[in-house]
Write a protein that binds this ligand. Structure first.
Ligand SMILES: Nc1nc2c(ncn2[C@@H]2O[C@H](COP(=O)(O)OP(=O)(O)OP(=O)(O)O)[C@@H](O)[C@H]2O)c(=O)[nH]1
Ligand SMILES: [Mg+2]
Length: 250
């Protein structure tokens, strides 16, 4: 009797899912919505994300380890681009499944390059066409067709991350394509990054939102004080950070 019950319980699914795409398509916005936590910095400027960021989502029958990645740069021209690119490629290799995020536009150079990477390793991939709130429905069909011709995506899902439209459907489809496996993280884990790192990212995000042009790309944030429930500050958490820039003029 007992063994019959065990056989009837649904299998558990676990997998790593890399979120990849050109800069500024909304990868970090999507990660934050999926894990329902403000984990990854979001800004209207490209190249906001600098490192792979892990976001864990645990459900009744699944656990997904999402990896937000830096947007794939146009060409490898500077040191920052090289670093961003290698971080993204690394995340692609680690993934059981790739969610490629694109704009509702025909595929461009970056998309062709990313699909080339998927093809090289015959990666299982789902295409998420984001920002559909910015276009009319009839404009979507030719975009979906163009991508379907380029790669055998497991699914093509139109979404709007900011309006949370289609995101539940996307999650259902992701889970459906995950391998069976045991969870790696505790159900309460959202990330493997320490709070100091998350605090530094939130500050860096504000710099991206507040400054134009070169300053966001020149800034590095270092948390020098992180006191939880600081007595000195009325029991509130106290965080102090140093912002480094490259030049005096900044
Ligand atoms: N209209 C609209 N804007 C969106 C949507 N999703 C994200 N955005 C906006 O697009 C901009 C970029 O979002 P991010 O999430 O930082 O994009 P990213 O792909 O992580 O960018 P990088 O980290 O630079 O590669 C932000 O201003 C978001 O608010 C969407 O569904 N619709
Ligand atoms: Mg990002």
């Amino acid at each position: 009797m007992q063994s019959q019950q065990a056989a009837a319980s649904p299998p558990f699914h676990y997998g790593t899912v890399s979120i990849a795409g050109r800069p500024n398509v909304g990868k970090s916005t999507l990660l934050n919505i999926l894990v329902d936590f403000k984990l990854s910095a979001v800004s209207p400027k490209p190249k906001t994300t600098r490192h792979k960021i892990l976001g864990v989502l645990t459900g009744e029958t699944y656990q997904v380890a999402f990896l937000d990645t830096p947007g794939l740069p146009y060409r490898r021209h500077d040191e920052l681009d090289r670093r961003l690119l290698s971080s993204t490629l690394e995340a692609l290799h680690e993934a059981d499944l790739v969610v490629m995020v694109v704009e509702p536009k025909p595929p461009g150079e970056i998309e062709h390059r990313l699909i080339g990477e998927l093809r090289r390793e015959t990666r299982a991939a789902i295409l998420a066409i984001n920002k559909i709130d910015l276009v009319k429905k009839p404009e979507l069909l030719p975009v979906m067709e163009a991508y379907a011709r380029l790669y055998p995506f497991l699914e093509i899902v139109p979404i709007s991350a900011v309006q949370q439209d289609g995101v539940d459907t996307l999650l259902d489809l992701i889970v459906r394509h995950l391998p069976e496996g045991e969870p790696l993280f505790s159900p309460d884990d959202v990330t493997d990054r320490p709070e100091r790192f998350l605090a530094a990212e939130l500050i860096r995000e504000q710099v991206f939102n507040a400054y134009a042009q070169e300053v966001p790309y020149a800034v590095a944030v270092e948390i020098d004080v992180f006191q939880e429930q600081s007595e000195e500050h009325g029991g509130k958490d106290y965080i102090s950070a140093i912002l480094y820039v490259e030049k005096d003029s900044q």
